[in-house]
Design a protein around this ligand. Sequence first.
Ligand SMILES: Cc1cc2nc3c(=O)[nH]c(=O)nc-3n(C[C@H](O)[C@H](O)[C@H](O)COP(=O)(O)OP(=O)(O)OC[C@H]3O[C@@H](n4cnc5c(N)ncnc54)[C@H](O)[C@@H]3O)c2cc1C
Length: 469
Amino acid sequence: MVLVDSLVCLPVPCSRRTLVFSLANTAPGIRRRGGGRSRSSSSSSCGRGNGDSSSSCVVVLGVVRSGFAVAAAAVAPGLTGKMMKPVVDKAVIVGGGLGGLAAAIQLRKIGIDVQVYERNMRMSGGEGALITLFPNGCQVLNMADPQIMAKIREAGIADKVACIVDPKNGEQESSWELNERMEKTYGQPSVAVLWQNVLNILSEAVPDDCKYMGYECLDVSQDEQEATVHFKRGDEFISVKAPLVIGADGIHSIIRSKLFGLTPPRDNGRTMWRAVIDEHLCSDLALKVGTISATGNGRTIFIINGVGGKLYWAYSLTDESTDGRSKVRSKDAAEMKARLKQEFKGWDLALKILEATDADLILERRVLDIPVLKEWSRGRVVLLGDAVHAVTPALGQGANLAFEDGLELALQLSSASDLRSALEAYEKRRITRAKLVSERTQSTQRPQSFYDWLYTAIPSSSPDQVIRA
Ligand SMILES: Cc1cc2nc3c(=O)[nH]c(=O)nc-3n(C[C@H](O)[C@H](O)[C@H](O)COP(=O)(O)OP(=O)(O)OC[C@H]3O[C@@H](n4cnc5c(N)ncnc54)[C@H](O)[C@@H]3O)c2cc1C
């Protein structure tokens, strides 16, 4: 078993164990180029300057007893380190979801002029979903900006309690303090928070003039000098050029299909129903604040209660266990609710929660994923987040992994000698980790050593540090 002993936070000299991470936002030596709303840039800086060793901020790796490198120190003004000039001066990010916005924050910090193009007219996503950010994702956001983590803690709940209850009567069968152990062991909490709230907090950290709303990406092309992204906005067709294009356009990524051909999401043979409702509608149930699994007959209603006055529930059925019944799509909201009522027969607690849920708020979705791709980039175009490794919600790691991708990409862009080397190093490091997480998401075999690795090994721990318990 891997024991995480302690996080060491020391300013050590630049070595394989030290990440030097410059902050353009706070460092006067770097100026953003090509800012504003110009829609094209033909800059193609693939070379790299010698860097500027003026004052900047460093992320220093701590070392845990297991040997995993953990970026423990938040970027803090006052620490000294080398300022590295990134290998590109501009990047276009397609997709303003959790992964795209988090990457924008990381890339801006190393001095890259970032433009995020989102097809929706406002940053929105995750209808009917609460997500849990685990210590690995929280660590990355905290390193990006401790203010972001502070806001997320405020908007969500650091899981007060986790418990298993009887779905018939709500009687508690077991309970434990999840967060105390998380924070003590891994240095960061697990926080349950509304998806939209995380999106808002990340979006606030990206200036408005970097965000382009209502741009639907149709295609991407590239030559040796630059990549071109083709958008449709209303009746207009717009092309944008940049030396680096990042596809953060989610599970149905158009950028992925343009790079690697059609790779449709995989159906996991399961349908999930979920909703977010006002917590007060269930106040008579006296549910605890935290994560509640109501489990009976091998099936579970998963509940997160008390997040910003909301209650989230989710229930899923496999095709196998239902002779394909779960595959059948409900005709409308009323039929969906009636169907769930049937499913929950005899489960008073579940029925009361269902009763309190407006049928129109219930989402019925097949559970999809994207098996981790073998390649994540071609030329000047690279993928991150669900576009390249969508995982099912079983481990709650999709967004957490996307945050890690953004940090790793920034680290490589600010430390490699040219763009291709940066993207290759990014791919190599991320694929190993994403593959293991994806495999474990599909399996029920998850020993403690896996969680220790998952919650502590953050970007730039090398692939050979991946252990299999
Ligand atoms: C029910 C549920 C629960 C989950 N729970 C958790 C959890 O607890 N913890 C966790 O870490 N993860 C969880 N996840 C997964 C997590 O939400 C995703 O992994 C995460 O949102 C991925 O971020 P992303 O930016 O890569 O993709 P997305 O969030 O999907 O963002 C993609 C963005 O790209 C935009 N876009 C798409 N196509 C185009 C185009 N052609 N042009 C322009 N823009 C485009 C979209 O509008 C969207 O804004 C959950 C997912 C679900 C469905």
